[in-house]
Design a protein around this ligand. Structure first.
Ligand code: AKB
Length: 315
C-alpha cells in the first residue's frame, strides 16, 4: 500500500487521484493532518490522520497499513515558513527525519520527498542553475529543503533506503490552491482574471521564476518513482525544469484570452526578497539523462488549459 502525506494539499489532492486510478483506490492511503480532505479524496478510498511530528503514530500507521512506499508531501511553504519558523522546523525538518526513520523501521521500500528551487540562494548561478552547485539558501524553507536532500541521500548511502526527490518550481493548478508560497501569485492571477478581470501582484513585473503545470509535476514524481535505480547517479536532489516567466509575461498571455484583464502592483518585500534569491531557470540534464524527464506543457499550453479549467470550475 502507498501512503501520501499532505493529501489535502495542492499537489497531494491530485497525486492521490492519479495513484488511485493507477493502482486501485484501496491501495492508496490518503494521509492528512490539519486540513480536511476534499470529498473526492475522502470518499474514494482509505484515509488516516498522519502526524509527521509524532514518530510513534507515524510508525504504527506504516506497520498497520502495510505501507511499502511513501510520497511525503506535507510541507510548510516558503512565505508561511518565514512567519512561523517553529512550525516550519517541526514539519519540514523534524517531520522529514521522522518519516525517513519510520520508513527504515517498517516495511517501506521507497520514499519520495519533493525538494524545491528554494534549496538554492543568491550565491547560486541564477540562469540555467546546474544540478550540483552552491546551495546557501536564505530562507528557513530553503534550509529545510537542503536538509531534506542531504538526509535523503544519507539514508540511501548509509542504510540503503531508496529515497528520491526533485526540486519543484512554482506549480500551477486549478483544483486546489497552494498555501502561502512565493510562486502562488501565478495561480492567484488566473483567479483574479476570471473572477473580476483584475489582480494586484505582490512581485515586481520583471521577476522571472521557474514554473510547471500540475500534470507535469505529477508526472515528474511518478516517473522518478518508477525509474530504474541502477540508472540513478543522483537520488534526492534532481533539478526539473518546464518554463520560466515573469508576472508581466503571464499578464500578457492571460490578456490574449481575456482582453479586459489588467494588473496592478503592490510589492511585498518579504516575498520579493525570497523570489530574488531563487533561480530563474534550471539545467535539468541530469533528470533527463538518468530517468527520462521531459515536460509536456509550455507556457502557451499551460495558460490555455489552466484558464479553461478554472473558468469551468468558477463560473
Ligand atoms: C513556494 O513558493 O514556496 C513553493 C516552492 C517554489 O517551493 N511553490
Amino acid at each position: 500500500m502507498i501512503l501520501v502525506t499532505g493529501s489535502a494539499g495542492q499537489i497531494g489532492t491530485e497525486l492521490v487521484v492519479e495513484l488511485r486510478n493507477r493502482h486501485g483506490p484501496e491501495n492508496i492511503l490518503a494521509g492528512k493532518h490539519r486540513t480536511p480532505l476534499p470529498d473526492e479524496i475522502a470518499s474514494s478510498g482509505p484515509s488516516q490522520i498522519v502526524d509527521v511530528s509524532d514518530p510513534e503514530q507515524l510508525k504504527s500507521t506504516l506497520l498497520n497499513y502495510g505501507i511499502t512506499k511513501i510520497f511525503h508531501l506535507s510541507s510548510i511553504l516558503s512565505a508561511l515558513a518565514e512567519s512561523d519558523i517553529q512550525r516550519a522546523h517541526q514539519v519540514n525538518i523534524n517531520g522529514v527525519f521522522n518519516v525517513l526513520n519510520a520508513a527504515l523501521e517498517s516495511n517501506v521500500e521507497q520514499v519520495i520527498i519533493p525538494s524545491s528551487i528554494a534549496a538554492f540562494g543568491t550565491d547560486t548561478p541564477r540562469e540555467l542553475t546546474p544540478n550540483d552547485t552552491i546551495q546557501r539558501p536564505s530562507t528557513v524553507y530553503g534550509i529545510s529543503k537542503v536538509f531534506t536532500e542531504l538526509m535523503g541521500n544519507y539514508f540511501y548511502s548509509r542504510f540503503g533506503l531508496d529515497v528520491r526527490g526533485l526540486r519543484l518550481p512554482g506549480v500551477i493548478s486549478w483544483k486546489t490552491e497552494p498555501t502561502a508560497g512565493t510562486t502562488d501569485y501565478a495561480v492567484a492571477m488566473f483567479y483574479g482574471a476570471i473572477v473580476g478581470d483584475k489582480y494586484e501582484c505582490y512581485l515586481r513585473p520583471d521577476t522571472a521564476l521557474p514554473m510547471m503545470y500540475m500534470p507535469d509535476a505529477i508526472k515528474s514524481l511518478l516517473d522518478l518513482s518508477d525509474a530504474n535505480i541502477t540508472n540513478l547517479v543522483h537520488h534526492s536532489d534532481f533539478n526539473v525544469h518546464a518554463m520560466t516567466f515573469t508576472p508581466s509575461e503571464l499578464e500578457k498571455a492571460i490578456k490574449k484570452i481575456n482582453p479586459k484583464f489588467h494588473i496592478t502592483y503592490n510589492i511585498d518585500p518579504l516575498r520579493q526578497s525570497i523570489a530574488d534569491s531563487w533561480p530563474a531557470s534550471l539545467d535539468d540534464s541530469a533528470a533527463r539523462k538518468e530517468w527520462g524527464w521531459k515536460p509536456d506543457f509550455d507556457m502557451d499550453s499551460l495558460v490555455n488549459d489552466m484558464y479553461q479549467n478554472l473558468e469551468n470550475k468558477l463560473i
